[in-house]
Design a protein around this ligand. Sequence first.
Ligand code: C2O
Ligand code: CU
Length: 518
Amino acid sequence: MTVPSVGPVTAVVPGGPVSPVVPASWPGRRRRRTALALLATVAVLAPVAWLWWGSLMPATYSVADMGVADGGGGPAVGHADHAGVPDVPDSRGVDTLRETSTAPTAVALTFTARREAVVLPSGQRVDGYTLNGTTPGPEIRVRQGEMLTVRLVNENVPDGVTLHWHGVDVPNGDDGTAGVTQDAVPPGGDFRYRFVARDAGTYWYHSHQVADEQMQRGLYGALVVLPPAPSAVAADVVAATHLYDGRRLVNGVGPTVVVPAPPGSRARVRVINTDNAPTAAWVTGAAYRLVAIDGTDTLGAGLVTGESVLVTAGGRADLEVALPADGSGARVEIGGSSAVVLGGSVAPPSPRPPGTLDPLGYGTPAPLGFDPAAADRTFAYDVGRRPGFVDGVPGLWWTVNGRMWPDVPMYVVSEGDVVRMRITNSSGEVHPMHLHGHHAVVLSRNGVPATGSPWWTDSLDVADGESYEIAFLADNPGIWMDHCHNLTHPSEGLVAHLMYDGVHTPFRVGGAAANDPE
Ligand code: C2O
Ligand code: CU
């Protein structure tokens, strides 16, 4: 049996040749169908292509041109170089916003940055970065009110380096943010930071050029500003915790650090979380007090038992431990896998206690020095997440106030403003929010007002579903990053800026210096 072939419709024209006949309407119908399909494709793809195209970033740009000017209820004018916003003739460049004190230098340091292999205490070699040959870099100790200068020399870090003084309210020109407050220091170059250590407390420094990579691989260190009066504690130590290739080390020394302290004495342990995730600290063998958060002393800090302290990524928690008189020592546990062993304790580590200390109601209240109820500006920093494009790359990206980077807010303030900001998080992950150059006070969390010692913070852990009200005084003119300190997140667009009117930046992201602050 033969299967008839399915061919074109034919008609037999009497007396004529046999020829295929296609109904007259066919080519038109086919074309129409093709056109419709094309249209549908375009209708679907055009907005996507438009979004993709619109997300592409130029090779070089000013952060001051970025984003959507947000005056927070006040005027949003005066960005000298903000597109579409009037210039002010006497606008100041951030490079001119430097230390104005003429006090002589009390501590002068030179830090040489290198990219090199680092040998961990375990013997493992990892690719990393060092300052003066070590990671972390040298611990800096100065007294409150002293002038500090640090000359940063880049020996061989190909991407360039900077130093950002995390938590220190330095003049903007010393903030160390590549492409915003300075150019990254190229190999063979140097930059001199100079500022007065005005506030006593625990701080740290790290590179803010390709920060995600350079910080994780070791380009950071501790900065302690001691109060003018000598302290009564027997031991005052830094415990900078950092994950090197997944291994937690304290001060780069080992998972545990041993600190001598006599029985019955007190020790202050300054825990600095230099990682991307929050960690917990608690004490084995003694009660303790949380005597400072993010560099600011807590007032009326009571004894803590059965609770751990949450240390925000980028944040600091100073624990004061009263060592037992019987010589049994104590341990400050950090994250459960590392510790500071005080007074030769041989006690085994204790598990993390069930409770977590809530700074919202810890200690005794005190005046703030300004009235948050009389705010000049009120901002929202609402962190979310949705699919879209960032710089042409499709993904599930962070949003700020519903928009994706670079369409994030540019918070505009005037010097002297009282500023309130609501930070909410509905993104599914925790975000340690860090505003450069300022300390903000927590007013409330999830609508519950703060009642304890003023909770001044520069690194605030905002968990998924949480909402914070914070306030600060705009007393440090410049252009300041306001970003998440899980440093993989800013490189995914979770970055905004606070900008004072009448200030501009001569620096550019990208460009000849290849500035890349994230
Ligand atoms: Cu610890 Cu933008 O920095
Ligand atoms: Cu984040």
